[in-house]
Every structure is written in C-alpha cells, then in structure tokens.
Design a protein around this ligand. Sequence first.
Ligand code: HEC
Length: 246
Amino acid sequence: MKPLAPFNPSFFNPRSMAAAFVAALVFALSPAKAVASEARAHPVAVEVARMTAEATAVVGALQADINAGTAGGKASPAQLFTSFQERYLKAAGKAFDEQGTGLEAEARKTFAASLRDTNTRLSPVMIKGGTDAVVPAYYRAELLKRFNGQMRGKVQVYATTRKADLINADWAVEKVMKGSPFAAEVAKLMEAGGLTPVTVETGDRQMVYIPMRLAAGCVACHARNGINQKEGDFGGALVTEVWLRR
Ligand code: HEC
C-alpha cells in the first residue's frame, strides 16, 4: 500500500514550495481562512469514517450466518449494498447520496464504487461460508485498499490498532500509515488507549483519529484469534486524512 505517494513529490518541487510558503503566509495572516479549510475537511473525514464503520458493521451483523454457511441471499452483492444504505440512513439520519459535487460527494461516490466492487468480489466467499471465512477487518481492508487507491491521496482511511492487540501484523500502524506525517502521533494515541476522537492539522493535511470501542462480539472473536481484550475498552482506530487545498 502506498497511500500518499501521488502527492509526496510535489512537496519538494520549488513551485509548490513557493505556493506552500504563500499559503503559510495567508494562514498566518488570516486565521479565519485556516478555520474555513479545516471546517471543510472535517465533515469529509467524519463522513468517510462513518461510511467505513457502517459498511464494516454489515459484515459483523452477518458473521454468525457466514460462519454457519447460511448467509445465502443476505450476502448477495445487491443486498450487501442495501444493508449498508439502511445502516447509513440510521447512522447519518439521511439517505446515502451518490450525487453532488465537491470533495465530500467525490468521496461518497468513490466509496460506493469501492463497496460495490468489494461486495462483488467477497459475496461468493461469504455465501459459501465457514468459520471466519470473511471477518469485518478483512472486508474493510479490501474496501479501503480500493477507496484509498482511487482517492489518490486526497482522502485516505486507515484501520489499525496498537501493537499488543494486533491479530495481523499487516495492520500495524507503521505499515498501514507508511509515509504519513501522522503515523507516530497515531501510534502514541493508540498506546494511550483513549476513546476520544482527536483532530490534528499539519502542513496541508488534516487527520481525524476515531477510536473504536470493543463490543462483546469483537472480544469473543478476537479471543479465538489469541487476543485477550475487554468489552468497552479501546479496540483499534479509524484514521482519516484529508488533503487541504489552501
Ligand atoms: C468474526 C471474528 C471477528 C469479529 C466479530 C471482529 N473481529 Fe476484528 N479482527 C478479526 C480478525 C481475524 C482480524 C485479523 C484480520 C486479518 O488477518 O486481516 C481482525 C482485525 C481487527 C483489526 C485490525 C488490526 C488487527 O488486529 O489485525 C481491528 C482494529 C479490529 N479487528 C477491530 C474489531 C472491532 C472493533 C470489532 C467489533 C466491532 C471486531 N474487530 C470484530 C476478527 C474479528
């Protein structure tokens, strides 16, 4: 995974350095502008985290059926998408909207396309079933791989957890957030294990850190995978990065 690669080179070319300098000046002279850009990025981050959480929860709700091989039509690509829309409606208080312009609409459209693609690919595996044939984290990783690739650095989402709780070392923060200016900060936040979201802005990126709380079902399945956790405790984080245009 190379989430930020498309944008990194521009940091070092003189024209964008000059632009960054001007942007920094504007930032310094006019706090109102900086707030506006942060205010614009934050809803995008929250929306993307919400879509990710609801899509992942669709698979969580199907887990018993997946494990027993009884998911059937509930795991068809179309029904998986409908289940997502139903959960989104409840969580957001409005219907899932694939229209519109701007970064938030682009993120929603891209998310929908990534979700349809993931559903098409994993539906047969879920229908065939078997113990943990598809778990929420695996589904989410497939989804985010597609989403992050298509958003090309403008918006990135990562799911990760602290070292002691890792089931799959591939989801260690230093791997998942390789190249991100926020990786060290996220590692620190996770080790502290707090359950409060945190927003950090650095240079031309805004990061929103959203900790997840463990439910009984998460703890039971993670225990089967050798991880000892407690219901209600910190259970990993969704991290969203939004590139700010100033
Ligand atoms: C049916 C089993 C199952 C359930 C239910 C489940 N998980 Fe997991 N979880 C796993 C497995 C297996 C992995 C490793 C996936 C992989 O190898 O890619 C994992 C990975 C993760 C990861 C990525 C880091 C790591 O440990 O590899 C996070 C974060 C996570 N789970 C959080 C949760 C939370 C929070 C819940 C409940 C809301 C939950 N999981 C429910 C089985 C489960």
